[in-house]
Write a protein that binds this ligand. Structure first.
Ligand code: ZN
Length: 434
């Protein structure tokens, strides 16, 4: 538990009070944390950090543009990572790059036993060769990736710098992470690596993604992407007629599966998205493939849906084998390959992290609604670790399109919100006596 400006006497009093309280920490702890968070802005060092953003707006905007102009498709983030590494090193952090390619800058807290991660993903959905030059026109910057996640990366660096300039030492250690692999087939690999490294000491994860501050992602949308692969002997359409046909089996399986009933609450969806197979119209194919996207607000429903898919394919194969009249050339084989899996999870409404965000919202005069989405926060949430994903301020639009844009006007509000949420979660160590 963290209290700014501790005195030994206060500690003793607090300890005595807490020890004599009935064991209901879920109610006691967030209230205490929220109280601590709401006092943060009166700390002169925190005030200095909060005031750092506005006069340095053009520096933050310029760094955002510069980072956006370094291409960073998922799995090719190294060059942009190197640029972020320089920026984080310049503000006195111990910086390293892990095996996955994440850039990690550490600011040691007065208690190194507890860690809070603040992260922004490096990667974009745009393939290598996409024109990523930033066009500036009046108040608007336009380029693929400028907001998602140029805004998050610029904020990560700006918050690190504001804390450095204000000489703040947190109570918990802060890990500033520019992580790889958030988008698509990256499958959250960067965040997974961070969990492997810090899980034992990790108290919370604050993910910065995009611009909007009108919502906070507290619920992780679970999804699975799978590929059904069916193989068989293959042959001639006329002379081998009657041998088991993988496309027939796939069609039989698919018809069974799409009749699966899914609930509207919790919202659960499936999509047969891509189908492939065969080599020519007059050949019995030796292979058929189907890519399926499964999503649900409930992890249980997702598991149910995935097993419905397995059962459908198993039954489709049996149907085709039973219907075939020549099994001498071989039988059908099938497998289900996992292309990607994003586990679900939900932040507790009593989470100290959420209390810190609420206190920050109140300070900057913002209101934000809770939403469910698929973000880097999925991974910690699925492990029972407090995590949220928030935008870092300003306005943006057209994410994942070539027309993506960002307007930095008012971004300092978002940056202050990030800073206060972070420090509300880490606590601030008392200033060292000199
Ligand atoms: Zn993003």
């Amino acid at each position: 538990m963290n209290w700014p400006q501790d005195s030994p006497l206060k500690w003793i009093l607090v300890s005595v009070i807490l020890l004599n309280m009935p064991l209901r920490p879920i109610q006691v702890f967030p209230a205490a944390r929220a109280a601590a968070s709401s006092q943060l802005p009166s700390n002169p060092q925190v005030r200095t950090a909060l005031d750092w953003f506005a006069p340095h707006r053009s520096w933050i905007d310029d760094e955002q543009a510069r980072l956006t102009e370094i291409p960073a498709p998922s799995f090719q983030e190294a060059e942009r990572a190197a640029a972020v590494k320089v920026l984080l090193s310049a503000v006195g952090l111990e910086v390293s790059t892990d095996k996955a390619g994440n850039v990690i800058g550490t600011l040691r807290g007065s208690s190194e036993k507890e860690v809070v991660i603040i992260s922004a993903h490096l990667d974009t959905v745009f393939p290598a060769g996409t024109e990523v030059k930033v066009h500036r026109e009046k108040k608007r910057m336009s380029a693929p990736g400028i907001s998602d996640n140029g805004t998050g990366l610029a904020a990560l660096v700006a918050v690190a710098r504001a804390i450095h300039e204000a000489r703040i030492q947190p109570q918990r250690t802060i890990v500033f992470a520019a992580n790889v692999g958030e988008e698509g087939e990256g499958n959250l690999r960067g965040m997974r690596a961070l969990m492997d490294a810090y899980r034992d000491r990790l108290k919370a994860v604050l993910v910065l993604d995009g611009s909007s501050i009108d919502h906070v992602t507290t619920k992780a949308l679970a999804s699975r992407r799978v590929e059904v692969v069916i193989t068989g002997p293959g042959g001639h359409s006329w002379s081998d007629f009657g041998i088991p046909n993988p496309i027939n089996a796939l069609v039989r399986s698919a018809v069974r599966f799409i009749n699966t009933r899914v609930p509207t609450t919790p919202r659960t969806t499936f999509n047969l998205g891509q189908i492939e197979g065969g080599t020519s119209v007059n050949s019995v194919p030796h292979e058929a493939r189907l890519k399926v996207d499964l999503r649900s607000e409930s992890e249980d429903e997702l598991i149910r849906l995935e097993s419905a898919l397995r059962e459908s394919v198993g039954a489709g194969i049996r149907d085709e084998m039973e219907a075939s009249r020549d099994r001498s050339k071989g039988k059908l084989e099938w497998k289900l390959d996992l292309l990607g899996s994003r586990p679900g999870g939900e932040l507790s409404p009593n989470s100290p992290l959420l209390a810190a965000l609420r206190a920050a919202d109140e300070f900057v005069g913002n209101q934000s609604r809770q939403e469910r989405a698929s973000t880097d926060a999925n991974i910690p949430l699925s492990l029972g670790i407090d995590a949220i994903s928030i935008g870092a301020g300003g306005n943006g639009g057209g994410a994942h399109s070539l027309q993506e844009w960002y307007e930095p006007e008012g971004r300092e509000t978002g940056l202050q919100r990030v800073l206060l949420t972070l420090l509300g979660t880490t606590g601030v160590a008392a200033e060292k006596t000199r």
